[in-house]
Design a binder for this molecule. Structure first.
Ligand code: UGA
Length: 446
């Protein structure tokens, strides 16, 4: 008989994982403690913008016409425990307020709610990004609080999905990492992931600490790559080089690779910034802080980018934002997402606004979230409207829609044809042909 799966926490990770498990053929029950989220999901709607996720949900959510009915949602912990052979814990671990460390309260609460209901054999699988050592602690917690005792086992299976590609990354992961303590746990997870493994996804079996560390190490490496190229951008600014050509050239070396070498205003979002900070905090607790002091520099380089973008814009409008109109294209922390958490684009927009500029923001999907976070900024319904009357245009999130803009049409409505590309993603040639002054970060000579 096929395994029955539950997914605890239906945010980005959980909603995607639940839908993907149903797509793989399993019966799935999802749980969240927020009633509004459950209501939305039951109707086959998604609480965030993620390409392909709504379609996937609607293919499986029970009660939707034509759906397989393999995916249901509940708020009842007893029902979850009763239903599932495998329980995936997908709740978030944000940065603690005023500290670097990760806030484990949602994970701990999920285990506290689930454990007393586990009366029979079950595998609880942590997916949340947690400080190394958490799995050991949570395994001990389960052993103590689950009536099933040793029959309720823990495994750790970090998630590597990227926002904007969440469905693709979940159905076709580039690797599956499982931290296990028994052959039984490994066997269950091999069964869960039989389809992607059959299609070639590597299946890496480790102990608990290694599985937890794989996640934070991967995100730290990605953050380091981005800050590395942004540090080169600073040097290019000083030396008169072109960081985009530099990235292209070093990227031809297979050992370096082309990906994640786009210089600009740096990384943001709900993962990389908080993950490198939580990693430093945890290393400190373990007495290994020296090993990760470089991440402090990675963080500083990254945060400096936002300030440098503001400076570049201030200089471009003649030294002060007072009385100037600034168009900001982009609010989401990256394209194909409506997520504005720690968004570099909104950070830059906010700083300029606080320095007296009149800022108008447009983003294809992130408008509602941006308005909630920064209600004092101006918002327009289209790129054209944002640019109308602007003294300078800032390109801060590299949506395809912005690459397809018609520079001539924007030139008609802009007050000054001055474009600053904070993502090195627009074609300078095309904009210059339409009489725009194009300037990008780290490319004084481009
Ligand atoms: C990141 C990781 O890429 C995922 O593998 C991981 O699973 C996820 O965090 C997580 O921990 O859950 P995500 O936050 O969706 O995924 O975003 P990324 O695609 O990594 O982009 C992060 C930021 O870096 C964005 O603001 C992006 O604009 C910026 N970036 C990316 C650059 O500035 N330059 C680049 O070359 C690439």
């Amino acid at each position: 008989m096929s395994l029955k799966i539950t997914v605890i926490g239906t945010g980005y990770l959980g909603a995607t994982h639940a839908a993907a498990m149903a797509e793989l053929g399993f019966e799935v029950l999802g749980l969240d403690i927020v009633p509004e989220k459950i209501d939305l999901l039951r109707r086959g709607e998604v609480p965030m913008y993620e390409p392909g996720l709504r379609e996937l949900l609607r293919r499986h959510v029970a009660g939707i016409e034509g759906a397989t009915g393999r995916l249901r949602f509940t708020m009842d912990w007893a029902e979850i425990a009763e239903f599932g052979d495998v329980h995936f814990v997908c709740v978030n671990t944000p940065q603690k307020y005023g500290e670097y460390a990760a806030d484990m309260s949602y994970v701990d609460a999920a285990f506290a709610s689930l454990a007393p209901h586990l009366t029979g054999p079950a595998l609880v699988v942590g997916k949340s990004t947690v400080p190394v050592g958490s799995a050991d602690r949570l395994a001990a917690y389960l052993a103590e609080h689950a009536p099933a005792g040793a029959d309720a086992e823990l495994a750790w299976n970090p998630e590597f999905l990227r926002e904007g590609f969440a469905v693709e990354d979940t159905l076709h992961p580039d690797r599956i990492v499982v931290g296990v303590r028994s052959e039984r746990a490994e066997k269950v997870l091999r069964e869960v992931y039989a389809t992607p493994v059959g299609e070639g996804s590597p299946f890496v079996v480790t102990d608990f600490p290694t599985a937890e560390l794989v996640k934070t190490a991967a995100n730290s490496f990605l953050a380091t790559k981005i800050s590395f190229i942004n540090a080169m951008a600073e040097v290019c600014e000083a030396a008169g080089g072109d960081v985009a050509r530099l990235a292209e050239a070093i990227g031809h070396d297979d050992r370096i690779g082309k990906k994640f070498l786009r210089a600009g205003i740096g990384f943001g979002g709900g993962c990389l910034p908080k993950d490198i900070r939580a990693f430093m905090a945890r290393a400190g607790e373990l007495g290994a802080d020296q090993a990760l002091t470089f991440l402090r520099e990675i963080d500083s380089i990254n945060m400096r980018r936002r300030g440098l973008m503001v400076e570049m814009a201030r200089e471009a409008v003649g030294g002060s934002f007072l009385g100037t109109r600034v168009a900001v294209l982009g609010a989401a922390f990256k394209p194909d997402s409506d997520d504005v958490r720690d968004s570099p684009a909104l950070n830059v927009a906010g700083q300029i606004h606080l320095q007296g500029g009149q800022v108008t923001v447009y983003d294809p999907k992130g408008m509602d979230n941006a308005r909630r976070l920064f209600p004092t900024l101006g918002y327009a319904d289209s790129a054209l409207e944002a640019v109308r009357g602007a003294d300078v245009v800032l390109h801060l999130t590299e949506w395809r829609e912005f690459r397809e803009l018609d520079p001539a049409a924007l030139g008609e409505v802009a007050s000054t044809r001055l474009l600053l590309d904070g993502r090195n993603a627009l074609d300078p040639q095309v904009w210059r042909q339409a009489d725009w002054t194009y300037r990008a970060m780290g490319r004084p000579t481009a």
